[in-house]
Design a protein around this ligand. Structure first.
Ligand code: PSV
Ligand code: MN
Ligand code: MN
Length: 388
């Protein structure tokens, strides 16, 4: 039997962080379709994030990307965000968009370029001090395109050295989230290609370094929930970058391609007792809304995570354990699927109404007039930074 009041409490306490870059124009390498009303500066991205929070009630933090969100005064930006009801979340570094990084950033064979890249990581930690951010999220595009192009093992040593320098700069509750990605932009060998590589570096660094799972960064058919279960057991799961994919790193709305996978992931989170924000996992979105309106797409994404979470919370754990222990394969699967097949939308509508929110956040956003206002007010919106 599931305790519905406990399920509702867990859903009310859930937190999802949205990325500043998802509010800006984005696209593929073929075309960026610009949209009217997109933010022209970090403040407007934060205002959009605050709007998502206003309608969902569970998205009170926005991740920044430096230098896309570079400002002169980060304390002022933080105060601005707070006034709008949101916090600055993870600080994402960018060591992939400079000509210098053609052969890599922190793994580049050139010591001068490695220095420049590592200095950027340190700069991001300084910014965290000003924004009050806990998380430094590191994604390295580093890798090589051709066998023999560079020494695979030396590159791991260079990576470890840069990570160590950044790690030693952390203070207070700050931590490193190390993201991995199978391929792209490097095609033959990526320097942090998988969770095992990220995990090994995090282990070497210490307890303030944990793995970030971007759900779009695996080979097809990878069992992501297994990775979740394993890393939770090792206390080395720090964050998610949620998005969904049909083919590669599609960055589509989370839960759009495979809501069942998202449910299985959230089940492992619930099973591991890691849903509560106090556990310390950052549930972030990392998406691009190339053709759809961005704010309602982000609201929809937040709702998709909530729906998967609600279903995960509804799994009858007692019945499941009983079936598992007695080797009743079909019953165990049926208990699991019962939860997945539950329509949790009425439950979430109730949770929202209890919190003083509109039960249908997308409809409420559409009625609010915000979309019309930003289209009228903002002329000349910026690009997220890649995909041009
Ligand atoms: C590139 O693949 C990427 O999508 C990574 O997932 C990062 O988290 C994101 O860009 C922002 O740097
Ligand atoms: Mn990511
Ligand atoms: Mn990605």
């Amino acid at each position: 039997m599931t305790d519905l009041a406990a399920v509702k409490r867990a859903l009310t306490a859930q937190r999802i962080e949205t990325p500043s870059w998802a509010y800006a124009n984005s696209g593929t390498r073929f075309k960026v379709f610009t949209q009217p009303g997109v933010p022209r500066n970090p403040e407007e991205k934060i205002a959009d994030a605050a709007t998502v929070h206003r309608f969902t009630g569970v998205a009170p933090a926005v991740a920044l990307h430096i230098p896309w969100d570079k400002v002169d005064d980060y304390r002022a930006l933080t105060a601005y965000a707070r006034d709008l009801g949101v916090e600055i979340g993870a600080i994402n570094t960018n060591v992939f968009q400079d000509d210098d990084y053609k052969l890599g950033s922190v793994t580049n064979p050139d010591a001068g370029i490695r220095r420049k890249a590592t200095d950027h990581l340190l700069e991001a930690i300084d910014i965290m001090g000003q924004t009050g951010s806990r998380d430094l999220k590191l994604w390295f595009s580093d890798g090589i395109n051709y066998p023999g192009q560079d020494d695979l093992r030396d590159r791991q040593d260079r990576l470890a050295a840069a990570l160590r320098e950044a790690y030693d700069r952390l203070t207070g509750d700050q931590r490193i989230l190390l993201e991995y990605k199978l391929f792209e932009p490097a095609f033959y060998a990526t320097d942090v290609p998988d969770w095992g590589t990220s995990y090994a570096h995090c282990l070497e660094l210490g307890e303030r370094a944990t793995v970030c799972i971007d759900t779009g960064h695996h080979a097809p058919s990878t069992n992501i929930e297994f990775i979740v279960a394993f890393l939770l057991r090792q206390k080395k799961l720090g964050a998610f970058d949620f998005n969904s994919r049909f083919y590669a790193d599609d960055d589509l709305m989370v839960g759009a391609a495979d809501p069942f996978q998202l449910f299985r992931i959230m089940y492992e989170i619930v099973r591991g007792g890691a849903l509560d924000p106090a556990y310390g996992i950052a549930f972030m979105l990392d998406q691009c809304h190339n053709i759809e309106r961005k704010i309602p797409a982000i609201i929809r994404s937040v709702m998709n995570v909530q729906e998967a979470t609600a279903k995960a919370l509804l799994v009858d754990r007692e019945a499941l354990t009983k079936a598992q222990q007695s080797g009743d394969v079909l019953e165990a699967n049926a208990v699991f699927m019962d939860a997945y097949n539950t329509d949790v939308r009425p439950l979430l509508a109730e949770v929202r109404t209890d919190a003083g929110l509109d039960p249908d956040p997308v409809a409420a956003y559409r009625r609010s007039g915000y979309d019309e206002k930003i289209i009228a007010d903002r002329v000349g919106g910026t690009q997220a930074g890649w995909g041009a």
